[in-house]
Design a protein around this ligand. Sequence first.
Ligand code: FES
Length: 322
Amino acid sequence: MNTHNGTLSVRVTRIEQLTPEIKRFTLNDPQGKHLPAFSGGSHVVVVLEEGEKTYRNAYSLMSSPYDSSAYQIAVRRVDTGRGGSRLLHDQVREGALLQILQPANLFPLAKHARQHLFIAGGVGITPVYSQLEELQLKQATFELHLAVRGPEHTALGLELKARYGEKVHLYVQGQAARMDIRGILAARPLGSHVYVCGPDSMIDDTLDSAHALGWTDSHIHYERFVEQGSTGQPFSVTLARQGVTIEVPAEQSLLEAAEQAGYQVPYLCRGGACGYCETEVLEVEGELDHRDDWLSEEDKLGKRKFMPCVSRANCSRLVVDL
Ligand code: FES
């Protein structure tokens, strides 16, 4: 396998424009070898260079976990984002080489579920793709409810409907009745699990409905769209283990600034959701600007923990255990 600095080199062998905003990229090993295995719900981080800048963006794997001859990712173009998706849409052509990191899974299937219910909105369908493929091969019971904004956004939903038939329920805004989340969750057999990925309002509705119907948290799984990285006021931070002080510029997170300076910081989601980058604060004079969904309110007020992938600081002195 072709590896460089812990990344894998893959060749873009196909690009499909699926909706006005979404392109799907098929990635193969340049020598035609198999790529690392993964489980349903996994993602890879794509590392892109543009001049001095490095973007590291996470995308769900949409291909089958049982076929490691190729990976597929879908990328929604976000013009207001920091640039990674724009670069993939505008600069990357079939035949190009990309660097990616090994797959990781922050949204795995529940192994012992009797029934799997999926609720997704828009590009939130992408992590579900590989999960459905895994369940189909295991002959498990599942159902998908997918809402999209209009007929021009139905390509992925229609593809899944062609694969899985009546297990897929597609709700096209303006064409069909709205998705009734409470109705979907009502009267399900014991041992059912629900997975939701989409806009915050859809996730919140699902959580509220499930709780009102008596579902337990262990049977509710969700993946929020996370903004990766952060921007704001520049700040200085001392990395105690390295014995250096680095500047975090306005358009980078501490994680990105440390990487650019050549230091490795552990991460998975890069969006304040997974907890993987949690770092101890050793000294602080000033305020921490916590932007993650991981730390508890108590931890945030305690000023002893910090998530370098998204959080920032307004401090005269900040020393962290990195
Ligand atoms: S990398 Fe996931 S919370 Fe920072």
